[in-house]
Ligand binder design. Sequence first.
Ligand code: NI
Length: 144
Amino acid sequence: MPLVRATRRVHFSAAHRLFRSDWTDERNAEVFGDCANPSWHGHNYELEVTVEGPVDTETGFVMDLKRLKEALEAQVLSDVDHRNLNSEVEWLAGVNPTAENLAVAIWGRIVHAVPEGVRLAKVVVHETPRNSAEYSGPEENVGP
Ligand code: NI
């Protein structure tokens, strides 16, 4: 049976600041650059979620991407879109909201929305058109 990957891409805008409270402003600025601005700033994020599995013989789908879109809206976008990622999102509390950390957190939000027999293959967070981070799950998440 052919294994195919299918991807849903969604968008959100959000504010954040990258910093460590145990570092000086100078150190934060040195490491996190413009993203350390204490007065916040925003990004237009693109989020790509890829599932992998056999093609269903009835539907021709790996999974109904409308279902994946609905899960992303309910579990992720409704919490993060037009919000402050540092202070307004319960499941990001205490997390420095880098693209890397967002990818891992978003994985945890949607992994259970994937139907049996289908595998969440990767979550990619594009913070800018030039910077992105990709997470393929914990190490045991290999193979179908
Ligand atoms: Ni930033």
